[in-house]
Design a protein around this ligand. Sequence first.
Ligand code: HEM
Length: 532
Amino acid sequence: MLFTSLISFHNSTMTTISNFLGNFGTDLSPSILLALCAFFAVLCYTWVHVNSNKGSSPLPPGPPALPFIGNLASLDPELHSYFASLARTYGPIYKLQLGYKLGIVITSPSLAREVLKDKDITFANRDVPDVARASAYGGSDIVWTPYGPEWRMLRKVCVLKMLSNTTLDSFYPLRRNEVRQTVSYLYSKAGSPVNFGEQVFLTILNVITNMLWGGTIQGKERASLGAEFREVIAEMTELLGKPNISDFFPGLSRFDLQGMLKKMDKLAKQFDGMFEKVIDKRVKMDGEGRDSGKDSKDFLQFLLKVKDEGDTKTPLTMTHLKALLMDMIVGGTDTSSNAIEFAMAEIMNKPEVMKKVQQELDAVVGKNNSVEESHMHQLPYLYAIMKESLRLHPALPLLVPHCPSETCTVGGYTIPKGARVFINAWAIHRDPSAWEDPLEFRPERFLDSQWDYSGSDFSYFPFGSGRRICAGIAMAERMFLYLLATLLHSFDWKLPERKTVDLSEKFGIVLKLKNPLLAIPTPRLSDPTLYE
Ligand code: HEM
């Protein structure tokens, strides 16, 4: 009898584990599965032991969890909407047992405030996934460094010298030049479908790499290198958003069962090779006394100077330097370009919005003129479109997960030190108790300026809030508004025949359209010189 139950336990465990691994895209031999069973048995003992030593406040409620793997087997790849559906059953704070790790999901403004404002310092840390470590030089960048002097130094360097309003103003000619090139390219493609997101991505990539090291990519090279970059960055952000067994069972990390670490290592090497080349070139140029020929130095020159001057207390190392370049490229391109692509898809889905924004542009800019950044503050409807689009499709739907540096309570529940805390901004932005017709794209709701994204309102925080709020808001805002305004002012846009707008989302650490937006530009200004 005992023997039969043991066999049946063994078989059912094997089946569950095999289903679970299948969910993660892993296909293993029976002997490895058997070894995993033994491993999980040890984990089970520890898990039960750990869970029996709880503190005084209870852990949040949550769905029933299987031994060993907890809730991992039932995770849906579209984490943002799956987490939202669980919140309808388990409430605004619930737990998920992710193997050995505890996940906490927050889905209400008041609890988001408690985490990001009241207990900001405790939660201003990260639980760094294995692949993030591999992508960012061991986690030496702004995004993954724990709260403390090193993080402050990195953030200060970036915000002061690349992302401040003063620096951004001084780089306007560069943004303008890139945006005008995109207009000219689209003019040459008039009447045929273009991959809208790709064009936006290329423009932003060029702006950012120009600010970083000044080297413009031109002509055919621009299209091919940009497309390659886009793929690499998209793969990186996809890996960063995908659950990885290694993170949930640290003992299994060295086996890299899903091969995610291997993939990320390869992608990171591609970037590193490019960074090495650019840095070598810059060091040589500086050594020969050759300057970039510009008054304002690029960000790389500034970083090399900070590195060489060497603050003894918190020095900037070459590893930090490369990690910062990575942050600016990966953090700055995919986020902004996907956000603009969502906005355009929503606008094309609602011809009355398209008409209204073009009327606003014609009234402010005129039809014999190009859009300039100086027009932006006179375009409230465009601004409302940006806000509304970021409400429905926040670029980072679960923010970057936070992690408490010590055990604390939130909403009366214990949140243990080291838990991975997901704040579901996507779901909060669609909460019917805060938003009328929450699923409808209606920019008008933002026209009275009631909401902003400074992080002080916890019903609307597409850039996060508190110490870890996005470091690139000023840059994101400028690129979003200026580029979208220019594309809407210069062209009418229609879909290819027999196509409808598909607004389906695909989850990753950065949210994107499931199917890229293909759209046909038609010039709407009569003066051809405005397209040169
Ligand atoms: C529409 C565009 C963008 C959106 C919606 C966005 C949103 C966010 C969000 C939600 C976070 C995480 C906040 C948290 O952890 O709670 C974040 C972090 C960050 N963002 Fe952005 N972002 C955008 C564009 C940019 C750009 C253009 C840059 C820089 C070039 C940038 C650089 C960063 C950095 C460095 C962090 C990490 C901050 C830290 O951990 O201290 N972002 N962003």
